[in-house]
Ligand binder design. Structure first.
Ligand SMILES: Nc1nc2c(ncn2[C@@H]2O[C@H](COP(=O)(O)OP(=O)(O)O)[C@@H](O)[C@H]2O)c(=O)[nH]1
Ligand SMILES: [Mg+2]
Length: 368
C-alpha cells in the first residue's frame, strides 16, 4: 500500500471533532486591528476602505464584545483577522480594561482615529492614557481622517499637527498617516500609505489588502482564494497548538482545503486527483504527511521541508505548510483545468516561496 493510501485511510474519518476545536481556537485568536476613536471619527469608513465592504456589510459582521465595543471577524465565512471597534467613547465612563484583555490573547495593532478638523479629543486621550498605563500596548498608529475637508493647506497642516501633539502629550511618540475616505473620484486619499503602515504592524493586513501590481490571471485567481487558504492555514496552526490534536487534524484540515480548492477550479476531488497532485509535487508532499504520522525517517527525503522549518515553531510551520500547499494546489489545479502541463520544479519552487512568504504572518499569530 502506498504512503498516500495509508495517509488517505488514516485521515478520512467522516466526522472529526478535533477539527471543530481547531477552527474555534483559530477564530478566538485572530490578529486584531483595534480602532480607537470618537463616534464619527471614521472608524467604519476605514474598515470599508480596506475591505471594500459597503456600509450594510460592515454592520452585518458586528458582534457585541463589551458594552462599549464590537469585534467582528473578517471575512465572515472564513475569518482570518478581526476588527475591534471602540465606539462607546462618547460615554464618559469608557473603560479600556476589557478591550485590553481581549487584545492580550491576540496579536494586535492599536489605531487611533481622529477627524483632522476635530480638536475635541479628550475621551480618546483619556483612553490612551489608560492603555499606556496598562503597559500592554507599546505602539499606536494615528490616522488623521477627512484631511481633504480642510481646503486650506496651511490650516490642514495646523489641524494635523495639533491633534498629533495632543496624542504625543498623552501617549508618547506616535507614527501618523493622513487620509480622506470621502469621495475623490471614488478613491480614498492616502489609502496606500495607510495600508502599508498597517501591514508593518499586522502582517496579515498586507496579505489581505496590499495591492499587488502585475499579477497574471493565475495569481489573480489565487488572490481571490487566498483568504480561504489562510483560514485553513490558521486552523492547521491552531490544531498544532492543541495537545494531541495536531497530528491528525493538521492533515485533515489540509485535505479539506484541497477538496474545496479543487472544486473551485471546477475539478472533481477524488483520490486520483490527490495522487496526481502529490506526484506532481514530488517528494515534498507525501513526506510532510509521513512526518506528521510519525514516519520521521522519511523526512530526509524532503529537502524543501528540512531546510525551511528552521526556527519556526511546529504550529507556525504547520500554518506555513498549509498555506504553501494551498498556493501550490491553486497553480496545479489552474493548469490542470486548462489542460496545461506543470513541472515538479515549478511547483516546488512556488511551494517553497509561499512558505517563506507567509512565515512572518504565521509567526505573528500569538496562539502559535
Ligand atoms: N469626507 C470625509 N468624510 C468622512 C471621512 N471619514 C468619515 N467620514 C464621514 O463621517 C461620518 C462618520 O464616519 P464613520 O466611519 O461612520 O465613523 P465612526 O463612527 O468612527 O465609525 C460618515 O458620514 C462618513 O462618511 C473622511 O475621511 N472624509
Ligand atoms: Mg462606526
Amino acid at each position: 500500500m502506498s504512503l498516500l493510501d495509508r495517509v488517505y485511510r488514516t485521515l478520512n474519518p467522516a466526522a472529526n471533532p478535533s477539527l471543530e476545536k481547531a477552527f474555534q481556537r483559530s477564530e478566538a485568536h485572530l490578529p486584531t486591528l483595534w480602532l480607537l476613536g470618537k463616534t464619527g471619527a471614521g472608524k467604519s469608513s476605514l474598515v470599508r476602505a480596506l475591505t471594500g465592504l459597503d456600509r450594510v456589510e460592515v454592520g452585518a459582521g458586528f458582534r457585541p464584545c463589551t458594552l462599549t465595543s464590537v469585534r467582528y471577524a473578517y471575512p465572515t465565512e472564513t475569518p482570518v483577522m478581526a476588527f475591534l471597534d471602540t465606539r462607546g467613547l462618547a460615554e464618559a465612563d469608557y473603560d479600556a480594561r476589557e478591550d485590553l484583555a481581549n487584545c492580550e490573547r491576540t496579536s494586535h495593532a492599536l489605531i487611533v482615529v481622529m477627524k483632522a478638523e476635530d480638536p475635541e479629543q479628550s475621551q480618546v486621550l483619556a483612553a490612551l492614557r489608560q492603555i499606556r498605563r496598562s503597559g500592554k500596548v507599546r505602539e499606536a498608529l494615528l490616522v488623521h481622517t477627512g484631511v481633504l475637508q480642510i481646503d486650506d493647506v496651511t490650516e490642514r497642516e495646523r489641524c494635523i499637527a495639533r491633534n498629533e501633539e495632543q496624542v504625543r502629550q498623552n501617549w508618547g511618540q506616535v507614527d501618523a498617516v493622513a487620509v480622506d475616505f470621502g469621495d475623490l473620484d471614488g478613491r480614498p486619499y492616502g489609502l496606500k500609505a495607510l495600508t502599508q503602515k498597517l501591514a508593518e504592524r499586522l502582517p496579515i493586513l498586507g496579505e489581505l489588502f496590499e495591492h499587488r501590481a502585475h499579477a497574471d490571471v493565475e495569481e489573480r485567481n489565487f488572490q481571490r482564494l487566498k483568504k480561504e487558504v489562510i483560514w485553513y492555514a490558521g486552523a492547521a496552526g491552531a490544531a498544532d497548538a492543541i495537545p494531541a490534536v495536531g497530528l491528525v487534524a493538521v492533515p485533515t484540515v489540509q485535505l479539506k482545503m484541497l477538496h474545496s480548492l479543487a472544486n473551485q477550479y471546477g475539478l472533481a476531488y477524488d483520490r486520483r486527483l490527490l495522487a496526481q497532485f502529490a506526484a506532481a509535487l514530488g517528494t515534498g508532499f507525501g513526506v510532510h504527511y509521513a512526518s506528521r504520522l510519525g514516519l520521521r525517517q522519511l523526512l530526509k527525503l524532503i529537502p524543501v521541508v528540512g531546510q525551511t522549518v528552521g526556527s519556526a515553531s511546529a504550529a507556525a510551520a504547520s500554518y506555513g505548510f498549509t498555506y504553501a500547499l494551498g498556493r501550490a494546489a491553486c497553480l496545479y489545479f489552474y493548469r490542470l483545468s486548462r489542460g496545461e502541463s506543470i513541472s515538479a520544479a515549478e511547483l516546488q519552487a512556488l511551494y517553497k516561496n509561499a512558505f517563506n512568504h507567509i512565515l512572518p504572518v504565521a509567526r505573528d499569530e500569538k496562539n502559535l
